[in-house]
Design a protein around this ligand. Structure first.
Ligand SMILES: Nc1ncnc2c1ncn2[C@@H]1O[C@H](COP(=O)(O)OP(=O)(O)OP(=O)(O)O)[C@@H](O)[C@H]1O
Length: 249
């Protein structure tokens, strides 16, 4: 990133989303500052993808506001999207494009200067063991390779905010370790990260802050040490699940 991002990089206030009678987000707030990684955890159907979909602008919402780098996603969506990259839970790439063609396309969309592209792409390809694959069509890639390509596309334009839905699913152990390091470096370089995961050990190791959602509500959030106290994140998660068991998820 060339300029320090405004604080907070992601500002979610009073976020409310319903699907018919189903309340998938009940009006909660959360923030991610520059330098921070926020882990979003919760059981299946808790509302994690709902939040992420609204943050990245692929789904509207019913109440509250979301701003990325100070740009409101509803009233200024292009500016908000220019500041973020999104990695969905299922990689979706154009199979007819080569990996290099896809990355070049992403660089075009986000205005990555041409002289910088080869260096950035080469560096990411080396780290994620994708150098030999970029000349092949994405349709020939395995699931994990497609995931790596989408990750490369997210990192290549150096967004202020990285939003990732279950980013570790499908990655091999080496790539998992590499991605953890890349997310940490992104934050340490002044970026912000929001990601969802069911792998609590990864969240515990990697994140600065955590939000535990259940039934469309944030049940616990804050600095990860404060949320965990003397327990593991798994213990706290189980406490949250047990508390109010029988409520809708
Ligand atoms: N398009 C939709 N139409 C109706 N209900 C939906 C829709 N998308 C999500 N929901 C409901 O909203 C709630 C939250 O779903 P969401 O996908 O956000 O959960 P999640 O935390 O991402 O779950 P998972 O961990 O299983 O991916 C669930 O009850 C789900 O059934």
């Amino acid at each position: 990133m060339t300029q320090p991002a405004p604080r907070p990089v992601l500002d979610v206030r009073g976020f409310r989303k319903t699907y018919g009678a189903k309340v998938a987000a009940n009006g909660y707030s959360l923030e991610v500052d520059s330098g921070q990684i926020l882990g979003l955890v919760g059981p299946n159907g808790a509302g994690k993808t709902t939040l992420i979909s609204s943050v990245v602008g692929i789904q509207g919402f019913d109440g509250g506001s979301i701003a990325v780098c100070g740009h409101d996603v509803a009233s200024d969506p292009v500016a908000a999207k220019a500041g973020l990259a999104f990695v969905p839970d299922t990689p979706s790439v154009y199979g007819f494009m080569t990996g290099m063609g896809y990355l070049d396309y992403v660089c075009d969309v986000f205005g990555v200067p041409a002289p910088e592209r080869a260096g950035r792409i080469g560096g990411l390809a080396d780290r994620l063991a994708m150098a030999d694959a970029l000349g092949s069509k994405a349709s020939s890639y395995s699931h994990g390779m497609q995931q790596k390509l989408v990750l490369m596309g997210a990192f290549v334009h150096r967004p202020a905010l990285l939003v990732l839905d279950e980013p570790f699913v499908g990655l091999d152990p080496v790539a998992t370790r590499t991605l953890r390091a890349m997310l940490r470096e992104h934050a340490d370089g002044g970026g912000a990260v929001l990601f969802s995961s069911h792998v609590l050990e990864v969240v515990e190791r990697l994140c600065d802050t955590v939000a535990i959602v259940r039934g469309g509500a944030v049940r616990a959030q804050g600095p990860i040490e404060a949320v965990m106290g003397d327990e593991t994140l798994e213990d706290v998660f189980m406490d949250v699940m047990a508390d109010g068991a029988g409520e809708g998820r």
